[in-house]
Ligand binder design. Structure first.
Ligand SMILES: C[S@@+](CC[C@H](N)C(=O)[O-])C[C@H]1O[C@@H](n2cnc3c(N)ncnc32)[C@H](O)[C@@H]1O
Length: 241
């Protein structure tokens, strides 16, 4: 049974405390996906931006991968930010992270500027940007590319629209099996999922195909675009400016 707490799109679970466990039961190869994304970020990076940081899992991995780096971590959810701050404090890495509670759609639309900063060596995002419309994704990508240093990169790990219903069907079956392999049923995991209402620029899943994502990246000013990883409806895509 779904819980009644209303959450923001992307928070997924009604109780933030269960996110880190629940997301690993729900999303096949979650850690592999994040680790693969991190491997695309140069180890000597100094300034990093994490969009839709959630409970801070990707930021934590980034900080360990890039020992010199400071991370600006953005999320619009006060619950996620609060949880991420506590996690980074516990890992004694909090002095290398600045958390900003903001809507990345608003940043992409030019409504907030100074706060987030510029001249990033790399920007990353996981499981977040697919909540924007394609129009807003394009604006956000353009904003990201403008705020990277020359040669800087952006990597996004996000759900994608698959090429055929057959592939989607196979993916859903594999997802179900993945959850069972973690010792849970889909119903167990679903019982923790919260009800979300549109918030700011984010709504329910608005998936685009991999082809569309790569084309949007090129239009946004990324000179080289790439897709280093994919598992059916999940992919990492991005590039260099
Ligand atoms: C599924 S979580 C993923 C968190 C983290 N990146 C990870 O992979 O574990 C998606 C996050 O994106 C945030 N989010 C979604 N839309 C957003 C927006 N427009 N602005 C800022 N944060 C957003 C949600 O609050 C949530 O914390």
């Amino acid at each position: 049974m779904s819980q009644s707490t209303t959450i923001y799109p992307g928070e997924v679970f009604a109780d933030t405390q269960v996110f880190d466990t629940g997301i690993r039961q729900l999303i096949p190869h979650y850690d592999l996906m994040l680790d693969t994304l991190i491997a695309c970020v140069p180890k000597n990076a100094h300034r990093l931006l994490d969009l839709g940081c959630g409970t801070g899992e990707l930021s934590l991995k980034l900080l360990k991968h890039c020992p010199e780096a400071k991370v600006v971590a953005v999320d619009y959810s006060p619950r996620m930010i609060e949880y991420a701050i506590a996690k980074l404090q516990q890992a004694q890495l909090n002095d290398r992270v600045t958390f900003i509670q903001a809507d990345f759609g608003a940043w992409g639309n030019g409504e907030i500027k100074e706060e987030i900063g510029t001249n990033f060596d790399a920007s990353v995002s996981s499981l977040a940007i697919h909540h924007l419309t394609d129009e807003m994704k394009q604006k956000l990508l353009t904003c990201i590319s403008k705020n990277l240093v020359e040669g800087g990169c952006f990597w996004n790990a996000d759900p994608i629209l698959q090429e055929s219903p057959q592939l989607q069907d196979t993916y859903l079956k594999l997802r179900e099996q993945w959850t069972i392999n973690q010792g849970k049923t889909i119903d167990d995991v679903r019982s923790n999922i919260g009800n979300s209402e549109p918030q700011g620029y984010s709504g329910q899943d608005r998936l685009a195909s991999l082809e569309t994502h790569l084309s949007m990246l090129s239009s946004a000013g990324f000179k080289t675009v790439a897709n280093p990883w994919r598992f059916f409806g999940l992919a990492i895509f991005g590039g260099w400016v």
